[in-house]
Design a protein. Structure first.
Length: 179
């Protein structure tokens, strides 16, 4: 009986440790994409400031409020890749090495396969007349295939499938006041 109690305590301790490690990993990943978003927006603000130096009152006009950003992660060939983008700037995905923000070197992927863009703070995925279509999985049951310029609104936890690649989408708000 004592042995069972000891084994049970060891198992509970191990479960608590595993839960703590997983929580820490998720928190670290979240911190990384927030830092990446801040860096992107700081660079944009700096570029804006250089082009538009000062207003009449001598103050800069910083962006205000919250900004929607997109975090995209994928495992490709055992290698984990992560991206953070400002969706107000069109995100091109395809086999065109020079014009794609996310380059996929596969025969099933068109040169300009699809793009992600923003309209009125809504984020959309659009197929760019790709040969094999662009697939979107939403949860366990909803599956969409886009062809011929079709669009669909993206949500957090959607998965985009292009060729043999699966991209997990996380939409998040970045507080511009943190800059």
């Amino acid at each position: 009986m004592e042995i069972l109690v000891i084994i049970l305590m060891v198992l509970i301790s191990a479960a608590v440790i595993v839960f703590g490690v997983i929580s820490h990993m998720k928190k670290t990943e979240r911190e990384k994409y927030y830092v990446a978003a801040e860096n992107i927006l700081r660079e944009d603000f700096l570029n804006y400031s250089l082009k538009n130096p000062l207003n009449n009152d001598g103050a800069l006009q910083p962006p205000k409020g919250q900004k929607t950003m997109i975090y995209i992660k994928s495992k490709s060939g055992g290698k984990k890749v992560q991206f953070v983008f400002d969706p107000e700037k069109r995100i091109m995905i395809g086999r065109d090495k020079f014009n794609s923000n996310i380059y996929i070197n596969e025969a099933f992927v068109s040169q300009q396969h699809c793009c992600i863009f923003s309209v009125d703070d809504e984020i959309y995925l659009q197929d760019l007349n790709s040969e094999n279509g662009t697939k979107l999985n939403r949860g366990l049951l909803k599956r969409y295939t886009l062809f011929d310029g079709q669009c669909i609104r993206l949500r957090s936890n959607d998965s985009i499938i292009i060729g043999f690649n699966k991209f997990k989408i996380t939409l998040f708000y970045f507080d511009m006041a943190l800059m």
